[in-house]
Write a protein that binds this ligand. Sequence first.
Ligand code: SF4
Ligand code: SF4
Length: 434
Amino acid sequence: MNTPHIYQTRRRSFHVMAKPVGSTCNLACEYCFYLEKEQLFSTAQGEGMSDSLLENFIRDYVESQPTADIHFTWQGGEPTLAGLDFFRKAVDLQKKHAGGRPVHNAIQTNGTQLDDEWCRFLADEHFLVGLSLDGPKHIHDRYRVTRGGQGSFDAVMRALELLKKRRVEFNTLTCVTRESTGEALEIYRFLKKQGVRFMQFIPIVERDGEPSASDPVHREHERMMPWAVASDGLGIFLSRIFDEWIKADVGRVFVNMFDVVLSAWCGMEPVLCTFSRQCGNAVAMEHDGSLYSCDHYVYPSYHLGNLSENPLEAMVFSDEQRRFGRDKQDALPQYCRHCRYLFACNGGCPKHRFTHAPDGEPGLNYLCAGYRLFFEHVDQRMRRMAMLVRSGRPAAEIMADSAGVVGKNMSRRIGRNDLCPCGSGIKFKKCCGA
Ligand code: SF4
Ligand code: SF4
């Protein structure tokens, strides 16, 4: 079959996080950075995305994607507040405009609105659901509360059961706070017990100060909110989970961060934007059609235009957005440029680069200490897994390594004084064969 002309000629694909109800949410999670965005928009919150904008967006997005498959991402606020009919309409419009190309949908939700009708729809239309779940009740309800201050855990667990019952594909998104860094294994084991196979852990990094929708990215004051994760605490949190995961769960449970780090150790470009070399490939679109450089940069100075006036490609490939993308690399402090983990980290998300390097240079990532701690902790085992992957074997074989099996098998084929095939540049006996 010939590839349709439209996706042979475009430059590169990009993602749009579409927010059908903007920052509107039925919860009031204490650590949420998105609620303050209400000040930004002329369209009243709760009004949601109009039918004409929805169709304009779907048509434009489909046409702008150079790939055969088209991936839509719906976010908020709480996107399910747009209602089931909104998403039925969206799916119909996707079918109308996609011209037979496969369309995939992902939705990030707090889960509290999901009933059986919703879950049937999500299953029928093969949505991938990202469910926010911070851990067992006493951890989840610490910050994820309703506007009346009630915990949301019970509602989320009901949603989880319905998703499982309807066999909806889902993953969990777990926010990591200062307190929960000390509860790593409790959280990991809880999620596993609920049958979660795909997990994401998101560190909460919030600075103190008046909520400002203007441009707080480079605020002067650096006092952290009480719930913000401590940098080395994040490193310890990830390391504890990694140690448990690598004993029995490799290939059975997928932790986003571990997959991303392993791909970097395998010599691939990190797929998670946080650790990739450049930004700019995933823009955020608000319910009024306003486009912003990134979901983390929904501020007036990062406003790229409005879909009602400009096509998506013109905004995403604008000089302004290209500069935003390159800035991530151009603004790296020397400390990062000389870091042995630069290949995996790339300085992390620019939004979190508000601390100083040991030599006083500004622009170091707040999470640097935690990242370094984690990378250091997993380095040798990542090399072993990368070596397995490179030699065409499953990374899960690392689990046999507690008995030294991997090292022994490898050393039968690789001389102890040979250079290690993991690419470290040191002898096998001092590296993966140690
Ligand atoms: S670990 Fe720290 S120094 Fe190294 S690249 Fe990441 S942020 Fe920079
Ligand atoms: S600014 Fe942060 S969240 Fe946005 S694309 Fe860059 S790394 Fe990702």
